[in-house]
Ligand binder design. Structure first.
Ligand SMILES: [Zn+2]
Length: 296
């Protein structure tokens, strides 16, 4: 259980320590794992300046030699929620075997999970630490945090696709993978997530990254990270105050309405899909129900 304790402690970003440069076949010198003096906090992450995902630590993950050795067998580990009900970290040795067969199954319903800071009607998304497409994990509260569409779709998804493609092309290999949400103090909403990955059998030649994805809104909406309340009136573009008209996507068959950013929109056939600009109340009066996933 030593590893679990270690993981729980690693809530800060280890920027400075290179425990094994991936892409290099040389073993690095013995590193004392208890030495976290080089670990840094959120203070070392530059403020968001328009780039939603940045490489940190020279893009080198900070897995230990022991973790890399153990990663020759697939596993998935999801850290316990902390005392404030927040996700800690998720780590896995991913392989073709941990991935769901997307021709046989589709993602399950995760709408019953309300991660820390969750508010409906504020365009939050339930963001998997380790994506369903990699792990097959659905409604696991230890694997879902409250995230913005920008972070979920424009940052994390890019690295998830990269990882899935590596595994699809190397079905007998493993990727050691860790996602750590970064919270500031007692805040309920993560400021960002650190994503680390290293292909195991080829020592990172095929896949290797250590990135930080900002959990921000690029449209200028103001997030209260303590509570999860979002002031969308500051958002650029169309007015988005509650009660104002805004863009929704309708499923005219199931009679649900979605935010355009909802991942469920992709599953609506063109035949049943309709894009509208309306108020929430207008749609409800027309007989539509809010989607349980995006909770518009
Ligand atoms: Zn939806």
């Amino acid at each position: 259980m030593r590893k679990l304790t270690y993981l729980a402690m690693v809530l800060v970003l280890a920027l400075g320590m290179i425990l094994g440069a991936c892409g290099s076949s040389e073993e690095t010198a013995e590193v004392d794992q208890s030495d976290d003096s080089a670990a840094v906090t959120l203070d070392n992450i530059p403020p968001y300046d328009g780039e939603i995902c940045i490489a940190i630590n020279g893009n080198q993950p900070t897995f230990t030699d022991e973790e890399l050795r153990e990663a020759h067998e697939s596993y998935e580990f999801f850290g316990d929620l902390d005392q404030s009900g927040r996700c800690t970290a998720a780590q896995a040795s991913l392989s073709y075997d941990t991935m769901p067969d997307q021709s046989q199954e589709s993602r399950g319903d995760i709408s019953e999970v309300h991660p820390s800071g969750w508010h409906s009607g504020m365009e939050w998304e339930r963001m998997h630490l380790i994506a369903w497409s990699l792990s097959g994990e659905n409604a696991n509260p230890q694997n879902l945090i409250t995230g913005t569409h920008d972070c979920n779709y424009n940052a994390m998804r890019v690295k998830e696709i990269e990882t899935a493609e590596y595994l699809e092309h190397h079905p007998d290999q493993h990727v050691l993978y860790r996602v750590t949400p970064v919270f500031y103090g007692k805040e309920q909403i993560a400021r960002g997530v650190q994503m680390e990955a290293e292909s195991v059998e080829d020592k990172g030649h095929g896949l290797c990254f250590n990135v930080y994805c900002y959990n921000v809104r690029s449209d200028g909406a103001v997030i209260d990270y303590k509570t999860g309340v979002v002031d969308v009136s500051a958002a650029s573009g169309e007015a988005k105050k509650p009660g104002d008209k805004r863009a929704y996507v309708l499923n005219t068959n199931s009679m649900k309405f979605h935010y355009p950013s909802c991942s469920g929109v992709a599953d609506i056939s063109d035949w049943n899909k309709e894009e509208v600009t309306a108020t929430r109340d207008e749609l409800i009066r027309q007989g539509y129900d809010p989607c349980g996933l995006c909770e518009p």
